[in-house]
Write a protein that binds this ligand. Structure first.
Ligand code: F1P
Length: 351
């Protein structure tokens, strides 16, 4: 529920160069961003999902190739890192062992600069990076990241706009996206007002053992994040798939015991998503859809629709994450699990 405020606070923050750029990197921030030819994102867990969303933004708006990898795997591959790579680590705590190990390993392989998106000032990640963007989420009490994720997305979109400005994004398009970003705190407020409707929906998950989350494009990582939240705090097995992959395997799992959750903002992929929903319905799967109020997704037997505000395509991943967080929360409360301290998990994985 703090998300509207902390997203706004993150928007008001600035990219802070830890050292004077000219001294540390021999260039100005603008020249640095202009010279970046590749972005390598590294993170774990929820932060990794934020990086996956950012990849869509960076490639679409800045036209700069972007790779994203979980830190726990990155550290076990041999890397050929181009010198004009911006190495971007995302971490709420700034102390995740695998993320720090990947940064240290990449430093040896050489890159242009290291940027950290982090929530804890003075953390190891902040100290070891050249540039830092702080998320202003404040301390997270729960182990499962929630406001850390949406503030990471906010910071990543601001970073993308800075990179895109130096790589050909038009002023009009930039202004349009900035305006859309300023509408996000109000839109998240509107989603939070759906709390009791989402609580009601959560009853249908109580006796379920498996769930499927579907998303397309930049909403696929949002589906992954929704599934992770449900796993982490309610212990229900949840898998996320890109909606187009449904017929390449997971459709075999769909029956009336397998609820399928999806987010459907009004974007170019909506019609394809609707046909995926029909595939699920035809197999007796019960659907829970968080849809744009203008997307014209109609509720019917076995198809539950919750209307969300109309959002800009670029900022949709931020706003559409919140109902999935609320759904997991209410399922966990109903099941009586410890929402703040799930079994077997630690807030910061430092070993
Ligand atoms: C990464 C992370 C969190 C998750 C849990 C364990 O942490 O996977 O996303 O919620 O707390 O660690 P961080 O690098 O973002 O601090």
């Amino acid at each position: 529920f703090e998300q509207p405020r902390v997203i706004k606070a993150t928007m008001e923050g600035r990219v802070t160069a830890k050292k004077v750029l000219e001294q540390a990197l021999g260039t100005s921030a603008g020249d640095l961003l202009k010279s970046v030819r590749h972005v390598q994102i590294i993170a774990c867990g929820t932060s990794y999902h934020a990086g996956m969303v950012a990849r869509y933004w960076i490639e679409d708006l800045a036209g700069v190739p972007c790779s994203v990898e979980v830190a726990s795997e990155f550290r076990y591959r041999k890397h050929v890192i181009q010198p004009d790579t911006l190495f971007l680590c995302i971490s709420q705590s700034g102390e995740t062992a695998d993320t720090l190990a990947a940064l240290r390993q990449a430093k040896k392989a050489g890159f242009r600069a290291a940027l950290a998106i982090c929530n804890v000032p003075g953390s190891s990640l902040v100290r070891e990076s050249d540039l830092v963007m702080m998320t202003q989420a404040g301390p997270e009490i729960g182990v499962a990241s929630t406001k850390a994720f949406t503030t990471q997305l906010t910071a990543l979109l601001i970073f993308t706009l800075a990179l895109a400005r130096h790589n050909g994004l038009s002023e009009e398009r930039e202004a349009e996206i900035v305006e859309a970003l300023h509408r996000v705190p109000g839109q998240v407020e509107q989603v939070l007002a759906l709390d009791s409707a989402i609580a009601e929906m959560s009853g249908a998950f109580m006796d379920k053992v498996h769930t499927l989350f579907l998303g397309r494009g930049s909403l696929f990582p949002v589906a992954l994040e929704g599934a992770l939240k449900l796993k982490e705090i309610s212990y229900i097995h949840a898998e996320a798939y890109p909606a187009g992959e449904l017929k390449h395997g997971p459709l075999a799992l769909v029956d009336s015991d397998m609820p399928v959750v999806t987010v459907a903002p009004n974007n170019a992929m909506l019609e394809k998503l609707k046909s995926n929903l029909e595939e699920v319905r035809a197999r007796g799967g019960e659907l829970f859809v968080f849809a744009d109020s203008q997307a014209n997704v109609q509720a019917e037997e076995g198809l539950h629709v919750l209307s969300l505000p109309s959002v800009h395509e670029v900022t949709a991943p931020i706003v559409y994450t919140v109902p999935l967080q609320l759904l997991s929360y209410h399922v966990a409360v109903l099941k009586g699990t410890d929402v703040d301290q799930p079994r077997n998990l630690a807030k910061s994985v430092t070993v």
